[in-house]
Design a protein around this ligand. Structure first.
Ligand code: PDD
Length: 285
């Protein structure tokens, strides 16, 4: 089945969807994105993603070309047209096409809006959730506004390749001795029953999964500390895990070749994954 994608108001086969070589997303990474997961044909945390999209656009002085209701309708229609049971919906909005110039194009220049689906059968049943991920630590060399979800993902891609080369699944990034986050996820450790994760600021992406998981953890009376933690604390932690729209809650069992805690999936990560999947499925749209 040919995938149907959405481009600037129209649904079309993926091989017919064309974007200008002058698109600022292509030339300047002048664009923002969101990734929303689909389980059982329904969208998880759609509202959170729509709110963060509006914020990313606002921070970059970009107009929001689509209402939340229309955005939801497009997400749902793509899920339907592509018969997605489990998978992801990717959304990207750029400042549009204009003659190459560092200055932004004139107001009213049509923006580019693209959505497509990725089928991921069994997305919530990843075997990695049973064994846990291995991560390495790398220097955080990204720009200073990581709270804006821009499409400039070259350094995170390089980080993922460094992890691969080291036989690991991902990299946690370190700045001034403190962990910021994973290449495409938020990072957590557990020490003496306490969940520790970096506080929100410009240094990390404000994960939609993070917000939901922390809310569920609080409701389950778990103790949470939102503060920077060091690489040494991570190595000495009882447990570690990550969260993201595509991985939900995923345990981390190894850092730079050394086991974290027992080296097996810990009870806090296991429980949070179960709670997150149960609750999010219930609230899915
Ligand atoms: N990544 N931090 C970074 C740097 C991310 O790229 C992501 C998401 C997150 C987690 O955010 P959320 O819980 O809202 O997915 C944290 C997406 C999944 C991606 O780039 O594919």
């Amino acid at each position: 089945m040919t995938r149907t994608v959405y481009l600037n108001g129209e649904y079309m086969p993926e091989d017919q969807a064309k974007v200008s070589v002058f698109d600022r997303g292509f030339l300047f990474a002048d664009g923002v994105y969101e990734v929303t997961s689909v389980l059982g044909g329904k969208l998880l945390d759609f509202d959170g993603h729509a709110v963060r999209l509006a914020r990313s656009l606002g921070e970059l002085g970009m107009a929001n070309p689509i209402t939340k209701d229309d955005l939801l309708a497009v997400h749902r229609e793509l899920v339907r047209l592509n018969d997605i049971e489990d998978g992801l919906v990717y959304l990207q909005i750029t400042r549009g096409a204009a003659d190459r110039d560092f200055a932004f194009p004139a107001e009213g220049t049509p923006q580019t809006i693209v959505l497509f689906t990725q089928a991921k059968p069994g997305l919530a049943d990843s075997p990695l959730a049973q064994t846990g991920m291995k991560v390495i630590s790398i220097e955080d060399q990204r720009w200073a506004r990581r709270d804006i979800k821009t499409v400039q993902l070259l350094y995170p891609s390089m980080g993922k390749m460094m992890a691969k080369a080291a036989g690991a699944h991902d990299a946690w990034m370190v700045e001034d001795g403190f962990i910021t986050e994973g290449t495409s996820n938020n990072a957590y450790i557990v020490k003496d029953g306490k969940i520790i994760t970096r506080n929100l600021g410009h240094e990390i992406l404000h994960g939609i999964t993070r917000a939901a998981v922390l809310r569920f953890a609080r409701e389950a009376q778990m103790e949470i500390e939102e503060r920077p933690f060091t690489l040494d604390e991570a190595k000495a932690a009882d447990e570690a895990f990550i969260t993201s729209a595509s991985m939900f809650v995923m345990p981390v069992v190894e850092m730079d070749g050394d086991s974290i805690g027992t080296g097996a999936v810990g009870p806090v990560a296991k429980r949070l994954r179960e709670i997150y999947l149960d609750e999010s499925r219930k609230m899915a749209v």
